[in-house]
Design a protein around this ligand. Structure first.
Ligand SMILES: C[S@@+](CC[C@H](N)C(=O)[O-])C[C@H]1O[C@@H](n2cnc3c(N)ncnc32)[C@H](O)[C@@H]1O
Length: 317
């Protein structure tokens, strides 16, 4: 198996709040973002052509990220970083307000079936989040071959807030991505919609729990007989406790937990571990997690069922 350089991959796990982008890049420069970069052809060329910009690519598909990391290494570009994340979530939670100059999304999945519309980027909520993160006059670009998607995105776009300009092209390649190539070969017409942030909009800041409450308890507890909760929901957040694994030798129990909230799903292990004279309940060491309200709720629900008392936070615990 060939090793892939991971260093352009941004580690954002475990910490609440937006990232310090100048620290991530080791320099301060205007930020531009590509969402759903696929094979990374455009991302790398954009970085090469914009050495005075810090370029961030966001992708949900790990296979695409691996390809892009190789491409970045081969090209030797240093002003590009990769986020393995859902773009709508990341734009809202990982950037401070008014910090991005330009966002591009090339040939996003159009999700044509009515029951899949909620998967689409360029919903009203997406526009509000993009608006918050863009600088005054900043732009959001959509390229697609799907006229229905263009119409839908224009209807979702808040005005005032943005001004949209639509352009079409045909018989040429402007971005050189896999999907542009695919539709070019069958002679499709392309649409480029540029949404420019023009007017202020009242978009609230995202909320992170200030610190994660974690728990301890000293009451007798036999994990091998324990029947924990199955699930918890308040309508917006759903927590499912899927499975409990108990290692009697090491006195560690692990819950496989799935947390759905906002636009993300987290699969995390939550552990109860005997430490000296007490049990401690917290997200498992070594497991990648985001310190969100859903994860806090999962800890709270388990602690309630175990009668745990708060003893600290992940920041200081
Ligand atoms: C149809 S492909 C287009 C890929 C590339 N831009 C191109 O033009 O060839 C859509 C890409 O968006 C990614 N994607 C879909 N939803 C996403 C999301 N919410 N956040 C980040 N990437 C996403 C997919 O994994 C896929 O790589």
């Amino acid at each position: 198996m060939r090793r892939i350089p991971l260093h352009p991959l941004v580690d954002y796990w475990g910490r609440p709040g937006p990232l310090e982008w100048s620290a991530v890049f080791g320099r301060s420069a205007p930020l531009v973002v590509e969402i759903g970069f696929g094979r990374g052809e455009h991302l790398v060329r954009w970085a090469q052509a914009s050495l005075d910009r810090n370029v961030v690519g966001i992708e949900v598909a790990w296979a695409s990220i691996q390809r892009a990391l190789r491409r970045i290494r081969q090209a030797g570009v240093t002003n590009v970083r990769i986020l393995y994340a859902n773009a709508e979530w990341a734009l809202y939670y990982l950037w401070p307000r008014a910090s991005v100059e330009r966002i591009v999304s090339l040939f996003p999945d159009p999700w044509p079936k009515a029951r899949h519309v909620h998967h689409r980027l360029f919903s009203r909520r997406f526009f509000l989040r993009a608006h918050r993160v863009l600088q005054e006059g900043g732009t959001l670009l959509l390229a697609t071959d799907d006229p229905g998607f263009v119409e839908w995105s224009l209807a979702e776009c808040p005005t005032p807030g943005f001004e949209a300009r639509v352009e079409t092209y045909r018989g040429e390649l402007r971005f050189g991505t896999k999907y542009e190539m695919k539709w070019y070969q069958v002679g499709r017409t392309f649409f480029v919609v540029e949404f420019r942030k023009t007017d202020p909009l009242d978009v609230p800041e995202p909320e992170w729990p200030p610190t994660m409450r974690i728990y301890q308890f000293t009451e007798p507890f036999d994990p091998s007989r324990w029947q924990g909760p199955d699930q918890w929901s308040d309508g917006d957040v759903v927590v499912v406790f899927k499975e409990f694994v108990w290692d009697p030798a090491r006195r560690v129990g692990l819950w496989k937990t799935v947390i759905r909230e906002d636009t993300i799903v987290q699969n995390v292990w939550i552990e109860v571990r005997w430490v000296g004279d007490r049990w401690r309940l917290l997200p498992s060491d070594g497991c990648k997690f985001l310190p969100t309200y859903g994860l806090q709720k999962a800890l709270d629900v388990l602690a309630e069922s175990l009668k745990g008392r708060e003893f600290g936070s992940l920041a200081d615990g």
